[in-house]
Design a protein around this ligand. Structure first.
Ligand SMILES: Nc1ncnc2c1ncn2[C@@H]1O[C@H](COP(=O)(O)OP(=O)(O)O)[C@@H](O)[C@H]1O
Ligand SMILES: [Mg+2]
Length: 365
């Protein structure tokens, strides 16, 4: 039995059964959640030819009967031989040229399923509902002790550039004239994978880039904008950097005398040079300050680009929430260098919000 991934929430094992490699995923928290995941995997597999060909076969699921994991929820699934997108980057398995091609292929495939009309539900007021999802995530981070003063700080300087706080940007965006163009559109779906994160895309060796598999959908959404799944792919870079602790933050804001209304942060990424280079090749263009550099700006209609921006913001704020840690990990006993996943993601969220505001303001003309 080989451990493929282990966290507070799940353990994922590779095991051998009936002369075959299979996956055993065990949930450490409420079994209901993983059983929802099973249900979604099954629904997705019959929802379209795309998902049918991408989702590995479910073998079995239920509650573990014996042993240390007794009564925990689990499922067994076909094992897909290959590397995940994140592994391909971290293990240096691809050239720059092929990586560009790979990302292009993925985005095109993801866009096809994002635009699949038959998955769009008849839900009314899509704009109001997506705003509500963002507001709900925001209201959850507002209550987190560590983030309180950061969220209330009026001006935040990150790597030499000034930002307002999250509340300011959200209000500005929600009240903008451009966003109102989405008012009479229906674009929410009840079925979706919601999680094209790089760790959930597996490429079997020696096959075409389009022949990937998708695992691990996010079954926590009753509905969402199909762009959310694609946003999770773009979010792979900040997510992996945060998850593997490949960043540090420099800041003097822990000194009690420092002015609360103006905080200063500097972020540094710690990936090995070659790995960082590949992450940048894959994702830098999507995070450029100037939204016009983002290839999605060219490839999406204006309404789609608005939806993409809303979902990437939802994705980041959700990330702050689900990776919230109360503890600040000071490095080398110096109070000015530390790691904290939620603070890091908050700072990156401000960058996204500012870039969206620039788009709404028609900057960079
Ligand atoms: N069906 C599968 N085939 C091959 N590898 C898998 C499979 N399912 C999971 N894995 C491996 O285990 C890792 C974690 O599984 P995942 O279901 O994504 O858990 P988590 O919810 O913790 O992200 C994946 O990133 C992948 O490397
Ligand atoms: Mg995963």
């Amino acid at each position: 039995m080989e451990v493929l991934k282990n966290s507070e929430k799940f353990s994922v094992f590779k095991i051998r059964e009936k002369n075959k490699n299979i996956i055993l995923k065990i949930a450490h928290k409420d079994p209901k959640k993983i059983l929802r995941e099973v249900k979604l995997l099954k629904k997705l597999s019959v929802s379209s030819n795309f998902y049918k060909s991408k989702i590995p076969k479910m073998i079995n699921f239920g509650l573990v009967k014996k042993g240390l994991s007794k009564n925990k929820g689990f499922y067994k699934q076909d094992f897909i031989n290959g590397f995940t997108f994140s592994q391909i980057i971290q293990k240096q398995k691809i050239s720059k040229k092929n990586l560009n091609l790979l990302v292009k292929t993925l985005i095109n495939k993801f866009l096809l399923i994002t635009r699949e009309k038959k998955l769009i539900s008849k839900r009314k007021n899509s704009l109001t509902q997506i705003k509500k999802l963002i507001k709900t995530e925001f209201s959850k981070i507002k209550n987190k002790g560590l983030l309180l003063n950061l969220i209330n700080s009026k001006i935040i300087n990150i790597d030499g550039e000034e930002y307002k706080n999250i509340r300011f940007y959200l209000e500005y965006i929600f009240n903008s004239r451009k966003l109102k163009k989405l008012k009479n559109c229906q674009f929410l779906a009840e079925i979706g994978h919601w999680n094209f994160h790089g760790g959930n895309i597996i490429f079997p060796p020696n096959k075409k880039f389009g022949k990937f598999h998708l695992i691990d959908p996010d079954a926590t959404w009753n509905f969402n904008d199909p762009f959310f799944s694609l946003s999770r792919f773009i979010y792979t870079f900040p997510h992996d950097t945060m998850e593997f602790d490949k960043y540090v933050i420099y800041s003097e804001n822990f000194r009690p005398g420092n002015n609360k209304d103006k905080m200063n942060f500097k972020c540094k990424i710690l990936w090995k040079k070659e790995v960082l280079y590949k992450y940048n090749v894959a994702f830098n263009k999507f995070f450029h300050k100037n939204f016009k550099i983002n290839p999605l700006f060219k490839n999406l209609s204006e309404l789609e680009f608005l939806r993409y921006n809303l979902t990437i913001i939802l994705c980041f704020i959700r990330g702050i929430n689900s990776n919230y840690e109360q503890k600040i990990n000071f490095l080398n006993k110096k109070s000015s260098i530390f790691q904290n996943k939620s603070i890091y993601l908050y700072l990156l969220t401000l960058r996204r919000l500012k870039s969206f505001k620039n788009f709404l303001d028609n900057k960079y003309d």
